[in-house]
Structure formats: C-alpha cells, structure tokens
Design a protein. Structure first.
Length: 164
C-alpha cells in the first residue's frame, strides 16, 4: 500500500478536505477505463447508429466530458479543478463484446485528477447503458479502473495487468 494514512482524515479521525495550499503546481494527468459488456447484436446496432435514442457514442462522450468537470459536485471531498483537457475514447471490442471507454483528464494544479478520470469513465459507461437499455437491459458495466496517472508528489502510476 502506498501512503501510511488516509489523507481525508485529520488527527482526530474526522473527515476533512485536504489542504493543498502548500503543494506545488504541476502538470497532472490521469486515465481511467471501463467496459460496457453487451450482446453482439446490441453492439452492432449501436455501431450502426440505429439505437432508438440516437447517437450513443456521441452522447456518451459529451456526458463523460461534462462529468469530469462536475466531479467536485459529486464526490464530497474533491477539490474543484480547472481542467485543461478531457478526452473520451470509446472503442468497440467484438471479443468482449462491448464498448471499451478510456477517459483521460489533464490539469496544471496542486491536486491530481484521478477522480475526474474515474468519474468521466463511469458516467460515459452509464450513458452508454442508458442510451442502449431499450435494446438490452442485461448490459453490464465492468472493469472500472485507474489505468495511469502522472504528476504530483506521489509520482507516476501505471496499472499492471492482473493475474486473476
């Protein structure tokens, strides 16, 4: 485990927002991913642009970008950040079958953007589900995870493949 204590707890054990005033401003990036598993026929319909609600991929991408910008409104102890970039990639994977979402967030700031990347990936996945649920209610959102981060005092992180 990295770190010896939970940073959102003070010395008495009370929750608090971490004071980042003394931290250096650095360029910070984070990438998160998630997967929406579905039947091959559902994937085919979404990719063809024939979902009843419209363009699933475009709607999900916009939702992910909006979510990253609102993370501090959703996660109680997150700092509001000025994001310099939010990128949402959505790729079909017929082997899953499903859509693989990758959200990358960047800022120059005093705190990281891991939560913004994870929030963007999860809301992108949820929007894919919402837009496609008329086709298939049994879709599953899986594998939400931080893939990489850079910047800040704790340095870089790159997820290693799990040996499940």
């Amino acid at each position: 485990m990295s770190g010896s204590r939970l940073t959102h707890l003070d010395e008495t054990g009370a929750l608090h927002m971490v004071d980042v005033a003394g931290k250096a401003v650095t360029t910070r990036t984070a990438t998160a991913r998630g997967v929406v598993r579905m039947q091959a026929a559902t994937l085919e319909t979404i990719l063809a642009g024939n979902a009843a609600k419209g363009d699933v991929i475009a709607a999900a991408r916009i939702a992910g970008i909006m979510a990253a910008k609102k993370t501090h409104e959703l996660i109680p102890l997150c700092h509001p950040l000025s994001l310099s970039k939010v990128s949402i990639e959505i790729e079909a994977d017929e082997a899953v079958p499903g859509l693989v979402v990758k959200a990358t967030v960047k800022t120059d700031g005093k705190t990281g953007v891991e939560m913004e990347a994870l929030t963007a990936a999860s809301i992108t996945c949820l929007t894919i589900y919402d837009m496609g649920k008329a086709l298939e209610k049994s879709m599953m959102i899986t594998d939400l995870e931080l893939v990489a981060k850079s910047g800040g005092k704790s340095g870089d992180y790159l997820r290693q493949e799990r040996q499940d």
